[in-house]
Design a protein around this ligand. Sequence first.
Ligand code: ADP
Length: 348
Amino acid sequence: MQGLMPRMGIRHQLTAKHSITFIDMAEIKCIGILTSGGDAPGMNAAIRAVTRSAIFSGFKVKGIYRGYRGLVTDEIVEFSTANVSNIIQRGGTILKTARCKEFQTPEGRQLAYDTLKRHGIDALVVIGGDGSLTGARIFANEYNFPIIGLPGTIDNDIACTEYTIGYDTAMNTALEMIDKLRDTTQSHDRCSVVEVMGRNAGYIALNVAIASGAMAVLLPEKEFDMQRDILDKIAETQKTGKRHFIIIVAEGVGHAQEIANEIQARTGIDSRATILGHVQRGGSPTLRDRVNASAMGYQAVCLLEQGKYNRIVGMKGEKLVDYPVDEALEMTKSLDPVLVDVCNTISI
Ligand code: ADP
């Protein structure tokens, strides 16, 4: 993987004779980690990587439970390398996650800051989605508190990175489910309308549509027209002799049941809706999610070690990148139009 930094290991390398440098570099002694917002497979691999990289570099590590709520209510435990043993293969997050309204208020963030100070935590690694990283940005700017953000969300809807922790596992889970549905859809000559996750972004929907050989995909980024995008396509597809149809609908488009009902009413094809839902959030992370989450966690510690704060780590292709948090969260990204064309071209 490109972009990985060599670990400085300052605290291991520097002995008493280097104590002046040590003190200069030793502003951060203790790193807190939390997972926030929607959970995603691979968060545990990231927690493990941050914990172990930090401990190997001589930092103390504290695990904060239930995201920002754990900062407000003081749910914090010091971590050793053993606290993160046997978790790399587990979905979910051992630190738990939560949504915390108080952290969206100045009073809540003051409580969070007080908790951090009480525990001697000098820097925070936040693993979460857009909301969680926005919270980290506000907090970092308000208190001049060092943070590093790691994008963790199955939706892949964070603009500064092409990949987010959990995205790969979620797509593979959805694909496995759709492959199973295909068998029964084909046996009965049915139409299956499958809703996959993705509130504002169609990354999961587009990729699983291509990978599952779906006839059509409805994305939150694109207006859809029932006649043009579904009914005409079914008619075209029927000319090839095909009698079963899979249509992928992103969560943000919704209405899977209504779409199935309308297809049945207008074509006579037996049509069913399946909403995959939260099953896509769980499960053992794929190799890609484990490796990328491990590399990102390691990179978070390297950045802190080098005195680089308030940054979001991301990936551009196979390369690790990092951007200042303010810049990172102002970026925009969109679906690859060529991939949309691939999907449309080979779907019939
Ligand atoms: P995700 O991180 O998965 O996008 P949410 O949008 O629910 O999930 O955000 C998770 C948490 O991050 C919220 O419950 C809140 O504690 C914090 N957060 C989100 N937006 C803000 C904000 N504008 N200011 C402060 N904290 C925020």
